[in-house]
Design a protein around this ligand. Structure first.
Ligand SMILES: C[S@@+](CC[C@H](N)C(=O)[O-])C[C@H]1O[C@@H](n2cnc3c(N)ncnc32)[C@H](O)[C@@H]1O
Length: 345
């Protein structure tokens, strides 16, 4: 743990304020944060000033101008991959290794293993592959000597460790997934479905306790209301059975084959095709509406979704997202996101 002590001193020298917590190795969960004393609710554990962050503004202009148009995550990854500076070495040496990612993150697995992932996880993985490919295309045309392996490793560091960051100077913010900053020491915190409060302001990040924490306990933050599929695809771990309040299972593979081509067309036209989930409590509203098409005629179903029919259960209300899809109560769609504040990724 010597390197972690050195990194802690390095972070403090950059204005990070650490109160009664330290980096600690927890078997199977990498390095995380341990309470060195007991805490009551509302105590500040950590503050990281904006000046200590790595953001789109700390990337040297020589790099950002040379690469041109690219996502913030893609740019931060490029800078990290190219960075050999002495002054950031203490941070670099405490980061997970490529081998750590090989063991945990599906993006690094052999395609024969990826094919065994649940449907929802495979979809997230495909999206990730698309994002990496776009970023790599932008970076590799400028830095032809940079290896893909090195870039991918740094892309994963950014994807699993960044915090949600709003750029006060920007006229237009990038998409939510791309509002990213690397925050030293704060990136040691592991995830739990309910964790400490993480707040962000123009002065930086602050992590405060939400409840009593005994001395010696692991301290968590929440990366968002994420299912195990999401945690596995994005962060390379899942929570033990029964401990993830936000877990859900995709029912698409079971429900969609029940529909005829005509029913599918109607469902699609009304924004109800797919994204069916079973969460901790119930089958989602989208699935319930879609399954109704198997029980009533097409015209009756259509009148129902258009709001003219009254459901036999007496309830019907619908809201639509920006793409015109009827909204479910899927936690990935509506839940607070670690990417809202505590994005680690
Ligand atoms: C922000 S980093 C946290 C620090 C990290 N554990 C380390 O060793 O540097 C996020 C990564 O920590 C690990 N992690 C976070 N929460 C976890 C948990 N509850 N159980 C297992 N691993 C977890 C995953 O590998 C994830 O990609």
């Amino acid at each position: 743990m010597e390197v972690h002590k050195e990194f802690t001193e390095w972070a403090v020298s950059r204005g990070v304020k650490i109160n009664g917590i330290a980096a600690h190795r927890f078997p199977g969960r990498g390095i995380s944060i341990i309470a060195k004393k007991s805490f009551e609710a509302g105590e500040t554990l950590l503050s990281v000033p904006t000046t200590a962050l790595r953001t789109v503004h700390t990337v040297p202009k020589t790099i950002s101008r040379a690469i041109g148009k690219i996502t913030v995550n893609g740019l931060l990854s490029a800078e990290l991959a190219l960075d050999t500076s002495e002054h950031r070495a203490p941070w670099r040496v405490v980061l997970p290794t490529r081998e750590d990612f090989l063991e945990s993150v599906p993006l690094m697995w052999d395609s024969s293993l990826q094919a065994l992932l649940p449907d929802a996880c495979q979809k997230l993985l495909s999206n990730q592959k698309r994002k990496v490919a776009l970023d790599w295309a932008a970076v590799s045309k400028t830095y032809s000597k940079l290896s893909y392996d090195l870039y991918l490793y740094n892309w994963l560091l950014v994807n699993t460790r960044t915090f949600y960051f709003l750029d006060a100077k920007a006229k237009k913010q990038p998409p939510r997934d791309d509002c990213s900053a690397l925050s030293p020491f704060a990136d040691y915190f592991n995830h739990a479905p309910h964790g400490c409060n993480v707040s962000f302001s123009a002065t930086g990040y602050e992590i405060t306790t939400e409840k009593h924490i005994p001395k010696g306990a692991e301290i968590y933050i929440s990366y968002g209301n994420h299912s195990n599929d999401f945690l596995l695809a994005e962060y390379g771990f899942i929570l033990p059975s029964g401990t993830n309040d936000w877990d859900e299972i995709s029912l698409d593979a079971y429900i969609i084959p029940l529909f005829s081509p005509t029913q599918k067309k109607h469902l699609e036209d009304h924004g109800f095709l797919g994204k069916y989930v079973l969460d901790k409590e119930t089958v989602c509203y989208r699935a319930q509406v879609a399954l109704r098409i198997l029980c009533v005629g097409l015209r009756k179903w259509e009148r129902f979704v258009e709001g003219y029919g009254v459901a036999s259960d007496g309830e019907f209300g619908e809201s639509r997202d920006a793409d015109g899809n009827a909204e479910g109560h899927n936690s990935e769609e509506v839940g607070a996101d670690w990417r809202v504040i505590a994005k680690c990724g």
